[in-house]
Design a protein around this ligand. Structure first.
Ligand SMILES: [Zn+2]
Length: 111
């Protein structure tokens, strides 16, 4: 078993895994706060760290059919949201490569 190296984000406010406190994303990387996850409120982030990708799947979301993969905290393996891999509607293309992370799975830390 190798030691797991976690990245630390340097910013005035970061979002961490609510389960294990691993840094996941920065407040500055929020694209939209008006997303809906499986468990309620979700934010769209430009970037996330310390996450691993699950298998690709097609999923019918409120805004149409997308190809997504679930993302997991690399430290505690909890599902924290998903990543958009493809969007079929041209109006939804801006989400591709971005992360929709569940606010019930994240905690905001302010320094
Ligand atoms: Zn975690």
């Amino acid at each position: 078993m190798g030691r797991l190296f976690l990245r630390y984000l340097d910013g005035p406010s970061v979002y961490v895994c609510s389960n294990c406190n691993s840094h996941l994303c920065m407040n500055d990387e929020i694209i939209s706060k008006h997303f809906h996850g499986r468990y309620g409120k979700a934010y769209l982030f430009n970037k996330a760290v310390n996450v691993s990708n699950g298998p690709l799947e097609e999923r019918q979301l409120m805004t149409g059919l997308h190809v997504v993969c679930d993302v997991y905290c690399v430290n505690c393996k909890s599902n924290v949201g998903w990543k958009y891999k493809e969007a079929y509607a041209t109006t939804e293309q801006y989400k591709v490569g971005k992360f929709c992370l569940e606010m019930t799975k994240l905690k905001k830390e302010t320094m």
